[in-house]
Write a protein that binds this ligand. Structure first.
Ligand code: AMP
Length: 187
């Protein structure tokens, strides 16, 4: 099963992604994590990634596609994956066409997300209020078209992300089990 999690920062993507990874035995991969690891390298690329991420801006599509698609060629992702943070722009989604079975949109208001982020401890250098605001702004601007793109393909699962963690997980599992049943019946 090839899944994509979409939602603003603080929507619960990594919590739910890790839960689903365990439940369905599919690897979880966060593009932000890949970039944060690369940003630790003391190279020009590492420094540039760090600067870009700390500002809350996105890494350009060509670089993102090259890095994430190369990563996904690893054998552990050959039977599926749960992606968090990618695709994030329409250009990325179009280039990744064919790589997605279902997309889970965790819907949380900006206000709720900011509350959640403010209430959790972070040692991440890119989690300044300014960077978080920028990321939320970019979500509305460039990631919403990705949501519409998958909705038109009938791949979107909308989940109320403001419920308890357990209820959000349960709602996702109900939708995914239905998808898996339909898929098995069609084969
Ligand atoms: P995240 O952990 O998903 O919030 O990502 C942290 C940062 O990594 C973002 O602010 C971007 O700079 C970069 N990033 C992660 N995924 C992508 C992506 N799909 N496209 C562009 N930039 C990304």
């Amino acid at each position: 099963m090839r899944l994509v999690l979409i939602g603003i920062q603080g929507a619960g993507k990594s919590t739910q992604g890790n839960y689903l990874s365990e439940k369905y035995q599919i690897p979880y991969l966060s593009s932000g994590h890949i970039f944060r690891e690369m940003a630790k390298e003391k190279t020009d690329l590492g420094r540039w990634l760090k600067e870009t991420m700390n500002s809350g801006a996105l890494i350009p599509d060509d670089t993102t596609l090259e890095i994430v698609l190369t990563y996904l060629e690893k054998p552990e992702y050959s039977n599926g994956y749960i992606l968090d943070g990618f695709p994030r722009t329409l250009a990325q989604a179009e280039a990744f066409n064919g790589g997605v079975d279902k997309v889970i949109l965790l819907e949380v208001s900006d206000k709720e997300a900011l509350w959640r982020i403010a209430g959790r401890m972070s040692d991440r250098e890119d989690e300044t209020l300014q960077a978080i605001r920028k990321r939320i702004e970019l979500f509305h601007e460039v990631t919403k078209p990705v949501v519409h793109y998958y909705e038109e393909q009938g791949k979107l699962i909308r989940i109320d992300g403001e419920q308890s963690v357990e209820q959000v997980s349960a709602d996702i599992v109900t939708a995914l089990d239905e998808f898996l049943r339909d898929k098995a019946a069609a084969n």
